[in-house]
Design a protein around this ligand. Structure first.
Ligand SMILES: [Zn+2]
Ligand SMILES: [Zn+2]
Length: 319
């Protein structure tokens, strides 16, 4: 699983810092979180393409999070034989796009479906063969959704000794069992995969939560994730402004991440008032609260290893 931070800024796109948006890539499929104005420019730079884009999850209807969506939709319509696209978001996201589509009459060559959050709706917003996406309302000046993307658990580790003991010949049957499929032996009898596999191994997960102050749902969505992208819009010295505008300071975000057991946190939605010289101050404020905190950079890439492939994580995970 890989993530690319397309932009790390808030409010308005700046020449050196685009608006916050994250694209997640898993087995060649893409999931996009937020699409502010100009989002497609950095998406183009990644060369990931938009054909395999399955979902766009929009946090809220503030322009810096959704004005880039029409551009993404139009860009995708340039691709022949492109598959369906699902848009997740707050109530009003469908009307916003439908009205725009009607006014501009732009070309769409793929089915577009919308799922809007509503009070009392299930925590699971979306599920496909690779992932599921959870959502919940954060604490902002308007309804703003946080997201958690979870990769499905993988079958457990294959135990060759158990397979040999059951008389399963080495070869393609081992592969099938490893993938979690039952097999039938030549001499008769069906072998269920749980006889030769260890316990299922957890998938990787990320949290995307911007434009918020800490609330219960924020903690829930980022609990124990491998990687979290969190709002860290202001320096601690501007905490009053952060409170008025319902955002977090760098140390607020790092504190949430540390308390929620996040393995690595990237602070995003940096206010346009800050310049490159302020970035060190941001990093210092965040790292004081949580060593695995960093300030997001446009087009920064993150590879998330499986926990059993990462010794530092295996040590940290509870036995
Ligand atoms: Zn914003
Ligand atoms: Zn906002």
């Amino acid at each position: 699983m890989e993530c690319v931070l397309l932009g790390s800024g808030g409010m308005m796109p700046m020449p050196e810092r685009f608006l916050t948006s994250v694209v997640v890539r898993l087995q060649g499929q893409l999931y996009l979180f937020d699409a502010g104005e100009g989002c497609q420019i950095n998406l183009k730079k990644t060369k990931l393409g938009v054909k395999s884009l399955r979902v766009v999850a929009v946090s809220h209807l503030h322009g810096d999070h959704c004005l880039g969506l029409p551009g993404i939709l139009m860009m995708r319509a340039q691709v022949p034989e492109v598959g369906p696209l699902t848009i997740l978001g707050p109530p009003g996201i469908e009307r916003f796009i439908r009205q725009l589509h009607e006014s501009l009459a732009f070309f769409l060559n793929y089915p577009l479906s919308f799922l809007e959050w509503s009070e009392g709706c299930p925590e699971k917003a979306y599920e496909d063969d690779l992932v599921r996406i959870l959502w919940g309302p954060l604490k902002h000046t308007t309804l703003c959704l946080g997201y958690r993307l979870e990769e499905h658990p993988r079958p457990g580790k294959f135990k060759p000794e158990a397979a040999k003991a059951l008389g399963i010949p080495y070869g393609p049957l081992w592969g099938k069992l490893q993938r979690g499929e039952a097999v039938t032996l030549d001499q008769g009898g069906t072998i269920s995969p749980n006889l030769v596999l260890g316990p299922p191994r957890p998938g990787r997960n990320i949290c995307y939560a911007v434009d918020t102050q800490p609330n219960k749902i924020l903690y829930r969505l980022c609990q124990d994730v491998d990687l979290a992208f969190l709002d860290g819009m202001f320096l601690p010295e501007h905490h009053e402004e952060a409170e008025t505008k319902a955002h977090m300071t760098a140390d607020d975000a790092a504190r949430v991440a540390a308390r929620a057991g996040v393995r690595r946190v990237v602070l995003v939605h940096i206010s346009p008032r800050y310049t490159e010289e302020d970035m060190e101050k941001f990093a210092d404020a965040a790292k004081k609260r949580f060593a695995n905190a960093e300030i997001g950079r446009d087009l920064q890439q993150f590879t998330i290893p499986y926990r059993e492939d990462d010794p530092s994580r295996t040590l940290a995970s509870p036995k």
